[in-house]
Ligand binder design. Structure first.
Ligand SMILES: Nc1nc2c(c(=O)[nH]1)N[C@H]1C(S)=C(S)[C@@H](COP(=O)(O)O)O[C@H]1N2
Ligand SMILES: [Mo]
Length: 378
């Protein structure tokens, strides 16, 4: 008779290395894509000093692609992670829990991996809903834990390499006395996991891949929803800028030959068009039609050196996104505009009235709204 203190015994045939490997084959790539695209995003938003000028301003959809992949792979990882944890959870009850120092360390690294992975997908998902029910700042913590998870994942794959090799393909014999062939149960489980992953992807990816926007039932945002056919992340009211009186507006450009323009003077300069997306870090993207003044023209007028970088400063007085910088490539790209119109109409206050920055291949967070000053940095 089993003592009450003994851990439960699992007889189901699917809690085995073969199932874990089969799911890991999808989960691993999802995590890899998520990590690499996350690094790209972090680098673009917080470029280290030296390569900042080398950040290319093309292709115009570059950031939209990497950010869309980041969110899509992160969301796809949720059902995969749940299935993986279901497949392996009986190991929580392994007896004795620790057999050796090495075994203890290995279990500790798996605990870190599981905790970190759950933390990353949970915080990432809530970020797409812009809901921050925690006391820390999302970006630095999500970024730091990503490194921890990736390190623990590489270690985990190295430790499990023999089992992974044994169970990698359908034909692998399986040296661990497990059923070699994939029975109907395992096939059903894997089909269900694939269907769930496909379903959450199809019903959310439309928030940045707009051809599928009508299917995006589970996405927190619709790319269609918002004034002038474009979503808004922070409204003019939330940013405490309200509606800026046009006669009071001034654009100041500081550099070797600083100058100030009124809104009418800005409107009288040559206007250019651009079709560029806003690709928001919180998971949505949408292309729009913009017109306005080229930043490059303003740089010429202020007599900026050819390699100049530019700081873009908002009239908003507080908040994380009130200042951004344009590296050399972006500052001189003919598509980088101080936009005055959006989709054929004057900007609404929520989209940055009277003037906002729009530039190609750039995180949405850096498309500064309510611009009041450009500063040439040498
Ligand atoms: N001054 C200022 N500019 C800003 C922000 C902000 O909070 N303040 N939010 C940024 C973010 S996160 C995004 S995604 C875009 C969204 O632009 P939209 O609201 O016009 O769509 O504006 C960016 N520009
Ligand atoms: Mo954003």
């Amino acid at each position: 008779m089993r003592s009450r203190l003994l851990p439960p015994r699992f007889t189901g045939g699917l809690h085995d290395a073969r199932t874990a490997t089969a799911i890991g084959r999808w989960l691993g790539p999802a995590f890899a894509v998520c990590f690499v695209t996350g690094l790209i995003s972090h680098f673009l938003q917080h470029p280290p000093r030296w390569p900042a000028d080398g950040i290319p301003s093309r292709p115009v959809w570059g950031y939209r692609l990497t950010q869309g992949l980041h969110v899509a792979s992160g969301i796809a990882a949720i059902p995969l992670l749940m299935a993986k944890l279901w497949a392996v959870y009986p190991r929580l009850f392994t007896w004795p829990p620790v057999r050796s120092v090495w075994h203890g360390l290995e279990r500790l690294s798996v605990a870190l991996l599981v905790a970190g992975a759950v933390f990353e997908v949970a915080t990432g998902l809530l970020n797409t809903a812009q809901w921050y029910p925690w006391p820390f700042s999302f970006v630095p913590v999500h970024y730091a834990v990503a490194w921890l998870v990736t390190g623990a994942l590489i270690l985990h794959i190295a430790v499990k390499a023999p089992q992974i090799r044994d169970h990698w393909s359908r034909r692998s014999p399986g040296t661990l006395a497990l059923p070699a062939a994939d029975g109907p149960d395992r096939r059903s489980l894997l089909t269900a996991v694939a269907a769930a992953t496909g379903a959450v992807t199809l019903t959310t990816v439309g928030q940045s891949f707009t051809p599928l926007k009508d299917l995006a039932l589970l996405a927190p945002r619709s790319p269609d929803h918002g004034p002038q056919g474009l979503p808004v992340n922070r409204t003019a009211a939330a940013a405490a800028v309200g509606t800026i009186p046009p006669e009071q507006y001034r654009l100041t450009v500081t550099g070797p030959r600083s100058f100030t323009l009124t809104l009418d003077e800005l409107r009288a300069l040559p206007q250019h068009e651009a079709r560029l997306p806003i690709a928001c870090v919180e998971g949505w993207s949408r292309t729009a039609h913009w017109t306005g003044v080229r930043v490059a023209d303003l740089l010429e007028r202020v007599n900026a050196p050819a390699h100049a970088r530019v700081r873009v400063v908002s009239l908003q007085t507080r908040g994380g996104y009130r200042v951004s910088e344009l590296g050399r490539e972006h500052a001189h790209d003919p598509l980088t505009l101080l936009a005055l119109t959006l989709n054929g109409g004057e900007l609404t206050p929520d989209h940055g009235y009277p003037v906002r920055l729009i530039a190609p291949n750039r995180p949405g967070a850096l498309q500064t709204k309510w611009v009041g000053r450009l500063e040439v940095l040498s």
